[in-house]
Design a protein around this ligand. Sequence first.
Ligand code: AMP
Ligand code: GLY
Length: 428
Amino acid sequence: MRTLVLGSGGRESALAWALNRSTSVTELVCAPGNPGTEGFAATLDVDIADPDAVVDAARLMAADLVVVGPEGPLVAGVADALRAAGVKVFGPDANAARIEGSKTHAKELMDRAGIRTARWSSFDSVDKAVAFADELGPPYVVKADGLAAGKGVIVTEDRETAVEAIRDCLEKDRFGEAGATVVVEEYLDGEEVSLIAVTDGSTVVPFEPAQDYKRAFDGDRGPNTGGMGCYSPVPACPPDVAERMVHDVVEPMVAATRAAGAPFSGAIYAGLVLTAEGPRVLEFNARFGDPETQALLPRLRSDFGELALACAEGDLAGAQLEWDEEVCVGVVLASGGYPAAYPTGLEISGLEAAAAVDGVEVFHAGTARRDGTIVTSGGRVLVVSALAPTFERARALAYDAASRIDFEGKHVREDIALKAQISERSNA
Ligand code: AMP
Ligand code: GLY
């Protein structure tokens, strides 16, 4: 199977890595990929947000399957164009991807399907938004309606900051079109869990839960990021709880997309909070998580290529996934300053030494090649994922590998999966 992966981040590195291990994948091309994927996949320079360009690229390589990594191309209609051209694609049509592209749309579908989420309302007027925030009280949660790369969400105890966030969206156009509407919602208190499933619009095949660390600094302090690290499985979300979430959240959402005339096909991602009243949905995404994928795919024993193809063919009925008993911890190495402004072009050392650590995979995310060296090119630069029998061991391996890599300003959260390690120790 000739397979094309769209994207260049850490998630796409992990998708390509898993496809490379698939017995059914005979040729692998990444567009554009990164210096990490160059080690095992061909590279193609294509504007992945341009549906026509992607169709041309897929035709040129006679792709049997296209796997779309990020949300941008999905929302831009790349999957629609591929399907229309008769190319099999893993990823939803633009209409179905609106579960991520518009928070208001997602909330409406959830309300219709009876899926429990934070109390919310969307506004295009500052006064009404502030009045609703006052009604809900602190902590305040303010979100730009559209895509903002994980940065359009403000959670704050401070009313002034919340009001400013509302003004930033509605009056100052800080997020452009994405912030033309603002969502104000109830604060959900509890552990966060990411539950990802692969669906062909009818059958839902759940992955094991993962937990992401959204804040920039240790102890969940600092601004929201795209994700600073991840682990799987999640001791706070045992199998019976995960099964209930599939039944109460993911399956009804897939059914809701079907009922709305835009059945979802691809990876559907539910971000949940385990509140004292039970799981509540924070958000849906129309793709795999980043860095969740880097902590999930190393644990997947089943053939990912076959799974993606079955999904694209609408043939998931009966599919079951096998998981490694070992746990995985993925640690993000970020540029100093991220998620705000950060320098790029800084030389990275120690990549080989890190990859030599037992059980460790180094996934490139924001890297580039320059004159024979590898340099930083993004906010999240690398993810090191370690597979081991215990969280204690997996953390030790991941942090050992992360310490072998260096670039100026490197920022790593030191507490990834610490909660899981503590709960493992108290259960031992
Ligand atoms: P989102 O992009 O909607 O997932 O929001 C990004 C992050 O902001 C989430 O992963 C949470 O950590 C936090 N967040 C968003 N909405 C809420 C909420 N209603 N209550 C508490 N935290 C939230
Ligand atoms: N790690 C969060 C996301 O992929 O949306």
